[in-house]
Design a protein around this ligand. Structure first.
Ligand SMILES: *Cc1c(COP(=O)(O)O)cnc(C)c1O
Length: 401
């Protein structure tokens, strides 16, 4: 029952639907998780046909590691979301980033990496890439001139828009134009947009990486990543690298993601509405020095957000006019916000961001003593606002040190 609709809302409901049993003419709605290690064939001829099609580059499976129907359906979902022709799954968002870097770079290559990218990219750099003779230069995408940073061996421009701490929007079409001029691949981390509210491949990027752990799964119960591209030559490199490195995700996780993604449109819209209400409240509070949320008209990225995005989500950051000790009281006083990393589930989260962590990040002006990142969940916004109000009251009344 695959749909040929051009509308994502329809595609997300009609991808990964179970086929009819030819004997009974009946089917469940959702595809069950197809778990397997080995794949069995009816005859040698069937096995050889599968091998032949696989060698020709088709998505055919002769062994369980690459996944069967559940995985194929989830790949189709990511292709719809990201407007890509090829999708490769990975067991976490970070492993999807690793897959992109290992596919796109070779020993001796250089990559330009935005200074706001997901933090563990620095670990990938220091623990692995470095050892393999691959060098990265971190740059501030809204300030630095890429032309001056490109070297003869530069191959990749890797960015994240908006960033996942301060949510600064990048001008992807302009970056794509620069990348094209210098013969670089432009790859983006699109976990914020998750394909539904922002589509970097349509704006000129060639590779889009998504942590499905966040909004695609949407229920804080699985780890998942995907690398999507619409470039045939790059797809072949990613395909071979994914195979060689043994990436595999469980059919149950693929099934959970398929189940979660059906409500992505509804969830994102509600997260976005709730976040704007929280922003409106926080902007009335003297403890708030600045809000970071591109859907907010006061955010410097608002113009780019209006031009390039079709919606928003529950992510925001708030710079606090509170001493570090008071900021800790604020976070510890929250009752509906759990303290924790990650985001994109149904629940509200708070993370106290260490100033050290922001030190290498040029967009951070360092003009407030503390910063919290909030994920605004699907609770009643009135309750979330009451919770934030009482925690701010307690924090301001507490000792500054
Ligand atoms: C969480 C996150 C990742 C990594 O995803 P995991 O599934 O946790 O490995 C990558 N990029 C961004 C922007 C993220 O927020």
């Amino acid at each position: 029952m695959a749909s040929d609709s051009k509308h994502l809302d329809t595609l997300l409901q009609h991808t990964g639907i179970a086929g009819f049993d030819p004997a009974t003419g009946a089917a469940p709605v959702g595809l069950p998780p197809v778990r397997t290690s080995t794949v069995r064939f009816q005859s040698l001829a069937a096995l050889e046909e599968a091998e032949r099609r696989k060698a020709a580059g088709e998505r055919v499976v002769a062994y369980g590691r690459m996944g069967l129907d559940t995985h194929v359906a989830l790949e189709d979902v990511f292709k719809h979301l990201e407007l890509g022709t090829h999708c490769y799954l990975a067991p976490s968002g970070l492993s999807a980033i690793t897959l992109a870097f290992m596919s796109l770079l070779s020993a001796g290559d250089h990559a330009l990496v935005a200074d706001n990218v997901y933090g563990p990219v620095h670990s990938l750099d220091q623990a692995v890439l470095n050892r393999m003779g691959i060098t990265l230069t971190y740059f501030a995408p809204n300030y630095d001139d890429i032309d001056a940073l490109v070297r003869p061996n530069t191959r990749l421009l890797y960015v994240e828009s908006p960033g996942s701490l301060l949510f600064e929007m990048l001008d992807i079409p302009a970056l794509a134009e620069k990348a094209r001029r210098h013969g670089l691949v432009l790859a983006t981390d699109n976990t914020w947009g998750s394909g539904y509210i922002y589509q970097p491949l349509a704006l000129g990027a060639q590779v889009s990486v998504v942590a499905g752990t966040k909004y695609v799964g949407g229920h804080s119960d699985l780890m998942l990543g995907a690398v999507v591209t619409n470039d045939e030559a790059l797809a072949q490199r990613i395909n071979k690298t994914q195979y060689a490195m043994g990436y595999s995700i469980s059919a149950d996780d693929a099934w959970l993601a398929l189940r979660g993604v059906r409500t992505l449109p509804l969830r994102l819209a509600q997260h976005a509405r709730n976040a704007l209400q929280v922003c409106d409240f926080l902007s009335t509070r003297p403890e708030i020095a600045r809000l970071y949320h591109p859907a907010l008209p006061s955010d410097p990225g608002h113009g780019l957000w209006q031009r390039d995005c079709t919606g928003s989500n529950g992510m925001m950051a708030a710079a606090l006019r509170l001493a570090p000790a008071q900021a800790r009281v604020f976070v510890d006083s929250l009752k509906l916000f759990s303290i924790g990393y990650s985001w994109g589930g149904f629940e509200s989260l708070v993370q106290l961001v260490s100033p050290d962590y922001l030190a290498g990040h040029r967009y951070w002006q360092g003009d407030a003593p503390a910063l919290v990142r909030l994920h605004i969940g699907l609770e009643s916004p009135a309750d979330l606002i009451d919770d934030l109000a009482q925690a701010l009251d307690r924090a301001s009344a507490s000792a500054a040190s």
